[in-house]
Design a binder for this molecule. Structure first.
Ligand code: ADP
Ligand code: CA
Ligand code: CA
Ligand code: CA
Length: 421
């Protein structure tokens, strides 16, 4: 048997390679915990991804107790050194499982604070950090709690992901209807109204009209180091499909200071002391407001590409090392930012049954492109926003300077498209 440490990697999509490659570099064997009934874009390939020695189907949401018991049995057979996930919705289960096996990991309390946007807002506000006026609703009938906010506002699920249901509302007259249609989407996709729903509720908060940024950080023993601050565009809604991510973003000193302060303090307020985080913020004037902070490698591992391109740090590998309670190998060096990393989200550009995705093969030939990931294929169905049916794909690249990344993305806007039957 292998003498490498064994780590359980929870619900990692096989098509997103960075976490598997990070495990390989960190020298760990992986048991891949996957859904018993994987969706088309999550299906296990015939040959397991790098580092994976075993695949174990567990229904962590539908049967938490059974899943914890199965992990305990696995742990008795061959001890686990850690559990890791890059999937936001799996963070609370992963924390709970680590606790029950006596392994290092996020506290359960922190795992709820980073998943439930109501709890996140309460804690961020209590810590004196920038907070838009907001209301937390536990049923659609409570919509009036949000009627006194300044419009426009944004209505979103308390425990959502990838902008599912997130909707901008411009006037008070539309609030009741918008709240009930977001609740509808949550009933269909997040199990609202059933026992299985985690974090059933909505947040309504004032719309922040400035630029959007993503921040990738690593923490170890309570010390947080910001690795990259990237530009995410200036999405205006009414629905919020992600489009671009380029780092390091050009920033004025005032904005950089605000982002750094808010993100550093958010780690303390939410109780995240160890491991990676992916934070999203928007500006109002020069002030940065946290939208959310995930305690995981962002973009299903894609944030590794950004951090690695910009700083050279092995972000995914460090995640495994920290999860096992080890000091990250880059910790003895300061974070420097000599490169530019970019990620392009292929826009869904419509809905229905996909006929073709054009322009990706050509993009892969560009020497600046490190990887093209295609998750949806001809024949797959795409639901219209604000419902979520998965990203068609991503183009990951590196550049000599920021303007080159910007021009490259503008080129992809013209050359890449999804067509429908
Ligand atoms: P999710 O967990 O679904 O990603 P977010 O809170 O990150 O939810 O919201 C998704 C997107 O919606 C954000 O990336 C941002 O573009 C937009 N958004 C969310 N809240 C606000 C807000 N208060 N003001 C402006 N835009 C917002
Ligand atoms: Ca999220
Ligand atoms: Ca988000
Ligand atoms: Ca995101």
């Amino acid at each position: 048997m292998s003498d490498r440490p064994l780590v359980a990697l929870v619900y990692q999509r096989p098509g997103m390679p960075w976490m598997f490659e990070g495990a390989e570099r960190a020298g760990v064997d992986v048991v891949l915990i996957h859904r018993p009934d994987p969706r088309p874009d999550e299906a296990l390939p015939a040959e397991l991804p790098p580092a994976v020695v075993r695949a174990l189907p567990l229904d962590i949401f539908g049967d938490e107790a059974g899943s914890l018991a199965a992990l305990e049995e696995l742990h008795r057979e061959r001890p686990l050194a850690a559990l890791v996930t890059a999937l936001d919705v799996a963070v609370p289960f992963t924390a709970k499982a680590a606790r029950s096996l006596g392994l290092p990991g996020l506290s359960e309390d922190a795992s709820v604070a980073v998943r439930d946007k109501r709890e996140m807002r309460r804690r961020i506000e209590k810590a004196g950090l920038n907070t838009p006026a907001y209301a937390a609703l536990s049923s659609p009938e409570e919509w009036k709690l949000a009627a006194d906010l300044d419009f426009p506002v944004v209505v979103k699920p308390a425990g959502g992901f990838t902008s599912l249901g997130v909707t901008r509302v411009d006037s008070r007259d539309d609030l009741e209807d918008a709240v009930s249609s977001v609740w509808e989407v949550c009933s269909r996709h997040l199990g609202y109204g059933k026992d299985s729903a985690a974090f059933e509720g909505l947040v309504v908060e004032e719309y922040l009209d400035g630029d959007e940024y993503c921040v990738e950080s690593l923490s170890y023993g309570g010390e947080t180091r910001i690795h990259t601050i990237g530009y995410k565009g200036r999405p205006e809604g009414p629905y919020f499909e992600e489009t671009v991510y380029r780092a390091p973003a050009p920033l004025t000193p005032a904005v950089e200071r605000s982002i750094t302060e808010q993100v550093t303090a958010a780690h303390r307020a939410l109780g995240v002391t160890d491991g990676p985080t992916h934070a999203e913020l928007r500006l109002r004037g020069d002030k940065a407001y946290l939208l959310e902070m995930g305690a995981r490698v962002g973009a299903s591992g894609g944030s590794h590409h950004i951090v690695e391109s910009v700083t050279g740090v092995d972000f995914a590998g460090e995640t495994f090392r920290i999860a096992m309670g080890r000091e990250p190998v880059s910790w003895s060096r300061p974070v420097v930012r000599p490169g530019v990393g970019a990620m392009y989200f292929v826009p869904v550009g419509g809905s229905g049954r996909i006929a073709d995705i054009e322009g990706l093969t050509e993009a892969a030939d560009d020497p600046r492109v490190d990887r093209v990931i295609q998750l949806l294929h001809p024949g797959d169905r795409v639901l219209p926003y604000p419902e979520y049916s998965g990203y068609p794909g991503f183009v990951l690249s590196h550049h000599g300077d920021y303007p080159d990344a910007e021009r490259f993305h503008q080129g992809l806007d013209a050359s890449v498209s999804v067509t429908y039957e």
